[in-house]
Design a protein. Structure first.
Length: 560
């Protein structure tokens, strides 16, 4: 179903208005004509009163697998305003369409160049959107990315997977596009978004080459290869608007000046020894920039420990998940590869849940430091690989790694070092069959599920990596998940360790009113690394918010 359908235009002097109609339900295999017919029936109008409609959102209800229902939200162009709303006053799913267009908070600030240009550190989804919005407002940002361009980075990353040669500055975590580039490219989030920033993110992605369907499907995704081209297109727009992007530029220090008891950013120091003067820094460094976290803490920037999660990647046959979720409708083109979302509250008080589920994808090596193994999940747009994979993780809190605000980083490192050793100390990942893990015995042979992690998975006993409380919770959760997705507790499903980078282990706290660091003016913590996002969409949204805060701060400085 295309995103826009229109009836024949009519000649009228009546004002055309837009109404949002939610919960329009139709069978999975409905015809193209049935949707406009259903809209007319719900509104009680004739075809000549509707000049057109746009699909705002399409989702599905698969609770009855043999009778899956598509659910539409549509924006309807009509000439009959008050009459429709009055006749349908009891329909809580009908309302005037909200204005979802993006509006810049400032334009042409610093046009005379009296202020130093704003600097964005990091070019993941958050930094990318912060830089894009700043550029679109005429602020000509400078972007510092410690890694390489996305195509060079892709070569390094695939080289690591094939040859076991890790580049600590160019890998799944570091480089243009950030960790989101090597992922499923999921573009949905549960954040509150009253200003429709998420719509701006999706619109910019489509402009950069994403499929138009991401605007209206309920769980949009892009996939790694498409993300590569999109990131390049967005980079070109930033530079065309006067922005400057400097690759392989790692920030090693921050210049902070104290004035009347208040700390102010005055510049940055790079690994090359170069210094860059600036009063406005967007800190979009991602959740794995551990050396930068340490530098910021040493410079007195307020940082606190925060909860995150640890666990394994779990692989099942995608066909099994499709059948479990969609029954006889498995394989339908509108449904695509099935996903799942699972939660279990274990008897020891720990929450176990699925995270970053990648239908038809692969488990990838995501290490960024030598001598450590980290896993992540990735899918292409087609989601056509044999296995489904997801992180199954256990929530932990600072009480599990007490003391220093950066203690969570050391906690992660210890687990990753254990995984490296257990895998053979050559970047192979340790693995185990689900049935063996629950039974408490090491695995010696794979079953029908072939692991996708490269370079290799070494079978062992994964219980030796995680803390006892996490092992206990996971052993309880896997059989319990079978009640939510029948067949999930599959004896030869493959667990691959270890997943530690679910989110940042720290939060660089910022003020609610102007998004600046709690104790350092001019420093704008943003995105996943600062503890304010989780995923591509929410990181992009946070980048927009912080870019607006920078623009307003610069505008205030201009007027001072």
């Amino acid at each position: 179903m295309p995103p826009f359908l229109s009836t024949c235009p009519i000649t009228t002097d009546l004002k055309v208005i837009m109404l949002r109609l939610n919960e329009v339900k139709l069978p999975l295999n409905h015809t193209e004509e049935e949707l406009p017919a259903a809209i007319l029936a719900r509104l009680g109008i004739t075809a000549d009163q509707m000049t057109g409609f746009t699909v705002f959102k399409r989702s599905y209800d698969a609770r009855k697998k043999s009778n899956i229902v598509l659910i539409y939200s549509v924006d309807v162009e009509t000439t009959d305003d008050a009459g429709i709303l009055q006749r349908n006053a009891r329909d809580t799913h009908l309302m005037p369409s909200p204005d979802t267009s993006y509006k810049f908070v400032a334009q042409g600030v610093n046009a005379d160049g009296k202020q130093a240009r704003p600097v964005v550190i990091g070019m993941g989804p958050c930094g990318l959107f912060a830089a894009l919005i700043l550029a679109q407002m005429g602020l000509k940002p400078i972007v510092l990315e410690r890694g390489k361009t996305v195509r060079e980075r892709t070569k390094d990353t695939f080289g690591f997977w094939r040859k076991r040669e890790l580049n600590p500055e160019s890998n799944v975590q570091f480089g243009e596009g950030g960790a989101g580039t090597f992922s499923d490219g999921k573009l949905y989030s549960q954040i509150k978004d009253p200003k429709h920033y998420g719509r701006k993110v999706l619109t910019e992605f489509v402009k950069a080459g994403a499929p138009e369907e991401i605007i209206y499907v309920s769980k949009p995704h892009i996939g790694t290869f498409r993300l590569v081209k999109m990131v390049e297109a967005m980079r070109e727009e930033i530079t065309a608007l006067g922005g400057e992007i400097r690759f392989e530029q790692r920030v090693t220090d921050i210049d902070i000046e104290e004035i009347d008891g208040q700390r102010h950013v005055r510049g940055l120091v790079l690994a090359s020894g170069d210094k860059l003067a600036t009063n406005h820094v967007v800190l979009a460094i991602g959740h794995s920039a551990r050396d930068t976290f340490e530098m910021l803490y040493e410079r007195g920037v307020f940082i606190e420990a925060k909860p995150f999660s640890i666990g394994f990647r779990v692989e099942h046959p995608q066909s099994l998940i499709d059948t479990c979720r969609f029954g006889p409708n498995a394989g339908h083109p509108l449904l695509g590869a099935a996903d799942y979302k699972l939660v279990h509250h274990a008897s020891n008080g720990r929450a176990v849940y699925s995270f970053c589920m990648c239908p038809g994808g692969t488990v990838v090596a995501a290490a960024s430091e030598p001598g450590r193994v980290v896993t992540n999940g990735m899918s292409q747009y087609s989601r056509a690989e044999r296995n489904a994979n997801s992180a199954i993780v256990v929530s932990i809190s600072p009480e599990d790694y007490p003391g220093h605000p950066l203690a969570g980083i050391e906690f992660q490192r210890r687990l990753e070092e254990k995984a490296f050793e257990l895998g053979g100390s050559n970047y192979s990942a340790p693995g185990q069959l689900m049935g063996d893990f629950v039974a408490g015995r090491p695995s010696t042979d794979f079953g029908a599920v072939v692991p996708s992690y490269k370079p290799q998975v070494t079978l062992t006993d994964l219980a030796t990596i995680l803390p006892e409380y996490a092992v206990t919770a996971l052993r309880e959760a896997f059989p319990a998940f079978d009640k939510q997705v029948k067949g999930y507790f599959k004896a030869d499903a493959v667990l691959t360790g270890i997943e530690t980078r679910t989110s940042s282990p720290i939060r660089i706290k910022r003020r609610d009113d102007d998004f600046q660091s709690l104790n350092t003016r001019g420093l704008f913590p943003a995105g996943e690394g600062a503890g304010y996002a989780g995923g591509i969409l929410s990181a992009g949204v946070d980048g927009i918010k912080v870019a607006e805060a920078v623009a307003l701060a610069m505008a205030a400085a201009d007027q001072a």
